[in-house]
Design a binder for this molecule. Structure first.
Ligand code: ADP
Length: 508
């Protein structure tokens, strides 16, 4: 097919987002010769995405409801500045079908899927229903919202406890309740419904079997507006706190080529079920035998997309933009291959010793790691404040290696190099995880944090790192001392270098 007749060239993109993802999108736009417009709240006046963009407009006060979520204001900026496309990033308005529709109705391109696809996949129950005509494995449960408590209890009995009550409109790890036995069922269900109503404005809840040792594995997909859909392999995202990801990698250490193929095909079918176009992610949960089940589809660019970019060499934002221009996918499934291994750690302004609660403040020291195989996607600089109004993620630290071992080694080294003073971060916690034998072996699940992590462990880990550093300093001092002595007494050099290794070897 001729790829040029249906192309609508994008000349100026407004990025309806902030922080690292706004910058990330603008960088690719610039590479493609596309002008960029930033929007910002009063709290972000000096933010990097504002400085990077060709034009920038303040859209309101700091709370996102008064700025980054102001659909009509954002569309007005598009008209004022003759913007022809909007990239929503992730979070904020990215999965808001009303916004996607408003943008399209205003004659502007929405860089993302159709409003219909966003709508279907935004409801976990509607999504399950949409994919039901394909042979997609599902977690045993109820296919519809619970209306009859007794019938639901009966179903829970059949599935077997523990079960999970989930809000259909839930997201971000919220709206889930584990029920251990029949006696607790009714009370937990009532709580789940009232929570779902207050958090999501939709009380629909359903049941799923609670997979006790689950791995979270997701597949990146890309679809064009001509019906072509491909997948770009998996990302393993099982290291989570509060049901939210903190370390991701691609490929997974345990997925075999056969499982990868089956998961990839299932993901493409999920996308097909909602006529998907753009970049999207199909999430699966896998049990200890790697039986996998469809969880949900995220209809946007995912935070952890860089690990896929590293192992495939595909710039996902560039593909999103090309698809939005109406181009036919230039990548074929058979062209794609996994090269090397990539890891991402999310650097959150959070205190792992205080239940991962946000710890915002000024970045009095902020120095990024560098060197081979290191990519940092961030939106901060030294001296900046981490605002309280938004997600507390400061950066994504991504490493790439020829294999998993090298990617891990580089990540541990990069974490050591990263200097952040002024706030607590998840860096030390991530370093602990990466050195844990369960992570190294690949045999971990979403229970990692509950199973292996306590704040005291982190203290011990930091202490042993400090101790090691101190030992190395002492050893270095000892070598210097011996070298100086050697020069003074003309002793053989051999002796001094041995002094270090023996000293290291002899310690307990
Ligand atoms: P959200 O939309 O809130 O992200 P998901 O359905 O994607 O919700 O689930 C988020 C996380 O919750 C998963 O990665 C997994 O850790 C856990 N989870 C979800 N469903 C189950 C289940 N049936 N059994 C065990 N854990 C689950």
């Amino acid at each position: 097919m001729d790829n040029s007749s249906h192309i609508k060239k994008i000349n100026k993109i407004l990025v309806a987002n902030r922080g690292e993802i706004a910058l990330r999108v603008m960088r690719t736009a610039r590479e493609m010769g596309i002008k960029t417009v930033a929007i910002f709240s009063e709290a972000d006046r000096n933010a990097l995405h504002v400085k990077y963009a060709d034009e920038a407009v303040c859209v309101g006060p700091p709370p996102s409801s008064e700025s980054y979520l102001q659909m009509d204001k954002i569309i007005q900026v598009c008209h004022d500045l003759k913007v022809d496309a909007v990239h929503p990033g992730y979070g904020f308005l990215s999965e808001n079908a009303i916004f996607a529709r408003k943008v399209t109705d205003a004659g502007i391109i929405f860089i993302g899927p159709s409003p219909e696809a966003i709508e279907v996949m935004g409801s976990k129950l509607a999504a399950k229903d949409a994919v039901s005509k394909y042979d997609i494995p599902m977690v045993p449960g109820t296919p519809k919202a619970i209306t009859d408590v007794e019938a639901a209890k009966q179903r829970a009995e059949e599935i077997g406890y523990p079960i999970l009550i989930k809000a259909s409109a839930g997201g971000g790890g919220k709206g889930m309740r584990i029920v251990e036995n029949a006696a607790d069922f009714e009370e937990q269900m009532n709580r789940a419904v009232s929570e779902a109503v207050s958090a999501f404005g939709d009380g629909a809840v359903f049941i799923e079997k609670y997979i006790t040792s689950p791995k979270h594995i997701e597949i990146q997909v890309l679809g064009d507006t001509h019906g072509n859909i491909i997948h770009l392999f998996e990302r393993e995202c099982s290291i989570q706190r509060r049901h939210q990801k903190v370390i991701e990698e691609a490929p997974s250490a345990v997925v075999t080529p056969e499982i990868r193929k089956a998961m990839g095909e299932a993901a493409v079918n999920v996308a097909r079920a909602c006529n998907y176009y753009g970049a999207g992610t199909v999430e699966f949960i896998a049990d200890e035998n790697l039986n996998f089940y469809f969880l949900e589809m995220n209809t946007r660019l995912q935070v952890e997309h860089p690990v896929t970019e590293q192992i495939t060499g595909v710039d996902l934002v560039k593909e999103q933009i090309k698809i939005a221009q109406g181009e036919i996918l230039s990548i074929k499934q058979e062209d794609l291959q996994i090269q090397g291994h990539s890891l991402e750690v999310r650097v959150y302004a959070e205190d792992p010793k205080n239940n991962f609660l946000p710890d915002i403040g000024k970045l009095t020291t902020y120095k990024r790691p560098q060197g081979a195989g290191v990519r940092v996607d961030d939106g901060f600089e030294q001296g900046m404040d981490v605002p309280i109004y938004y997600d507390p993620m400061i950066a994504k630290l991504v490493t790439f290696g020829k294999d998993r071992t090298q990617a891990i080694e580089r990540m541990i080294r990069a974490i050591e190099e990263y200097q952040i003073v002024g706030i607590e971060t998840t860096l030390g916690f991530c370093s602990y995880v990466l050195q844990h034998e369960s992570f190294v072996s690949g045999k971990f699940d979403t229970n990692f944090v509950n199973k292996y992590f306590t704040p005291e462990i982190l203290d011990a880990h930091n202490l042993s790192e400090d101790a090691q550093q101190k030992e190395e300093q002492v050893a270095a001092a000892l070598v210097n001392f011996l070298l100086e002595n050697k020069q003074a007494n003309d002793k053989p050099a051999q002796q001094s270098s041995n002094a270090k290794s023996n000293w290291r070897k002899n310690r307990v």
